[in-house]
Structure formats: C-alpha cells, structure tokens
Design a protein around this ligand. Structure first.
Ligand code: ZN
Length: 340
C-alpha cells in the first residue's frame, strides 16, 4: 500500500513537471548508478536488491540515451569535479563485484548504447571455477523444494534434520556459512557446497555450470575492458576492516591480482557492502585512491568528499518511476526536504 502511494505521488510529480524542474536545477550534479548482477535465470527473485533482469536493464539504459543523459566514465567524473566543469546531466554507470552475468548480459547492453562503465572487481572468486560460497549456501536453501533437510551428512557437529523455513533451519544455514568461511582451502568450501547440494537436492555441478553465482574469468575481463568497462578496486575478500594494516592488505592484494591484467592500474575504490567510515579516509589517501563510492543515496558535486561518493542502487526492487525520479534529481530534492 505504502509503495503504491509512493509511486502515485511520483507519477503526479512527473506529470506536473517536477521531474523536469529537478533535472534542470540539479543538472550540474553527477548521478552515479550502481548495479550488481543481471539475471541469467531467477536471481532477481533470489536477491531482488542485488540482481536485475537484462530487459529491464536495457530499458534503463535506453532511457538515459533517449532523455539526453550524458554518460561519462568514473575518471571523467573525477576530473570534472576537480576542474569544476561538470557537463549537464552527467551519469556514471558502476557495477559491483564482477558476476559472470556482468560480462554475459550487462556488457552487451552497454556496448549497444556505447556507454562507458566501471566494474569494481573483488578478486578472491575472480577466475575461480566456483560460486561465491555464502551466496551458494543461501541459494541452495532458497531454491530447494524440500520440506526438510537432512544436514547430518555435512560433517558439521550438531547438525541434523531441520524443517524448511524454521528458526532451526536459519540457525543451521548460519552455522554452515560460518564453518565454510573459516576453512583455509577453497576446495573444502566446494566440498561443503557439494554436500549441501545433496541435502537440498540442488546439484552443485548444475549450479556451478550455470555460473549465476560465479565471477568472470581472465578472458571475460579482457572483453569487458575492450567494451569500455574500466576495472577498479573492490578489495580481495570483499571486506574492508578499519584496521589500517588489514585494510591496506585487502586493497594491495586486489591490485596484485588484477593490475597485471590491465593497461592502466586501478585507482578508484568501492567500499564492500557499502560499509564505510571517515576512519578509512586516511588509509585511502595513503594508497592513492582518487574516489571511493558508497551505497548511500545522493548526487555528486565538487564539494562531495572524494571518499564518500554516493550512488543510486538500481535493481529488481526499483520501479521505472523511482528510477526516473532518482535520475531527475526529484528524489534528491525530497531527501533534502526531509533533511536527509
Ligand atoms: Zn560488492
């Protein structure tokens, strides 16, 4: 109900010309869009905030083209804020993590419109033939049609048979996740996922071959770069501790693995899971990072701190009218009105 009211208000605002007005008055601010994965199967139903169907993504990109938005690269946005010469209605397209679908479904759409983009690539699962472990665990439980799971075969102490959708099942899922994350070797995680696949009747090999939860490989990375996609930093293990030594290690490891595959070294950063604090800023400065993007909402001006560049997270959760409202700047106007 609340959602319907919101959409109705936005529709009215659009038709009485408020989107147009917002776009005009915020024309000098940069909009940064953020995507994660694109649905090869049913991923947008699995985690709606993380995935988007490719036809909807195509619609979103066509909207940018049709409405005269000026798609620029992240580096161009950085230079524009430094010089204070921001072209009207500039938009930056960013994609996080490096899911296989970024290459398989996102890239062809971006190429079709000739849009530059930035991929923040986390490196641990890059070029590995396996799904991201935590997502794999969640997906197997979510996609299973069984009413109960016999988890005794996983070899984790204390796990027995649990009914689907219960608190016990949730506790078991968390225990499996924590156990796998603590393993030194990735092979052990793959073994655990294979066993969980048997317990949930989700074939690990089928999931792995579908690559819905896998990242891109080296050959795909090369094609992404050739398709005007800049590769930037997203840490090695998708974590960014406030401890300066551990934080620097995460970035260095990410660079070590990815920079040799690129013509120009990475210099922009995206906080994993959008978790950030000012305590990080000196670390980022010392590492020579030019900009750092968050998952907070907001448009960019030359006054926006370089290590707190906000973005708009587009996904299956967002309707077309919400997307248009955010791009126009009308949602930003509402945020300012509410003092956010
Ligand atoms: Zn991420």
């Amino acid at each position: 109900m609340k959602d319907t009211i919101k959409k109705t208000i936005l529709m009215v605002a659009k038709y009485i010309g408020l989107f147009h007005l917002a776009k005009l008055s915020y024309r000098n601010r940069i909009r940064i869009l953020c995507y994660h994965g694109f649905s090869l199967k049913n991923e947008e139903k699995f985690v709606p905030g993380l995935f988007i169907k490719p036809d909807i993504f195509d619609e979103r990109m066509r909207f940018l083209k049709d409405k005269g938005y000026n798609v620029i690269s992240l580096e161009e946005a950085f230079q524009a804020t430094k010089s204070g010469n921001i072209e009207d209605n500039s938009v930056v397209i960013t994609i996080d993590d490096g899911f296989y679908s970024t290459y398989a479904l996102g890239l062809p759409v971006l190429k079709k419109y000739g849009f530059a983009s930035t991929l923040y690539l986390t490196s641990y699962y890059f070029d590995k033939d396996c799904p991201i472990f935590t997502l794999g665990v969640n997906y197997m439980f979510w996609n299973s049609e069984l009413d109960e799971f016999d988890l005794s075969q996983l070899g984790i102490e204390g796990l027995g048979t649990v009914k689907a959708g219960t608190e016990e099942c949730e506790k078991a899922r968390l225990k499996i996740t924590a156990t796998g994350q603590a393993y030194e070797r990735n092979e052990d995680r793959v073994n655990l996922l294979t066993k969980l696949g048997k317990a949930t009747e989700q074939d690990f090999d089928v999931l792995n071959k579908s690559r819905i939860l896998n990242l891109i490989n080296q050959a795909e990375l090369k094609e992404c770069v050739e398709g005007k996609m800049d590769i930037e930093i997203h840490t090695h293990r998708h974590t960014f501790p406030t401890d300066p030594i551990l934080a620097a290690k995460e970035i260095e490891k990410n660079k070590q693995q990815i920079n040799p595959l690129l013509e120009k070294p990475m210099s922009h950063f995206c906080y994993p899971s959008g978790v950030w604090s000012k305590e990080h800023w000196h670390i980022l400065d010392e590492l020579g990072i030019k900009t750092s993007t968050t998952c907070d909402n907001g448009l960019i001006t030359p006054e926006t701190p370089y290590h707190a560049w906000s973005r708009f997270l587009d996904s299956a959760r967002i309707s077309q009218i919400e997307y248009e409202s955010e791009l126009s700047g009308f949602t930003e106007f509402l945020r300012k009105l509410r003092g956010k």
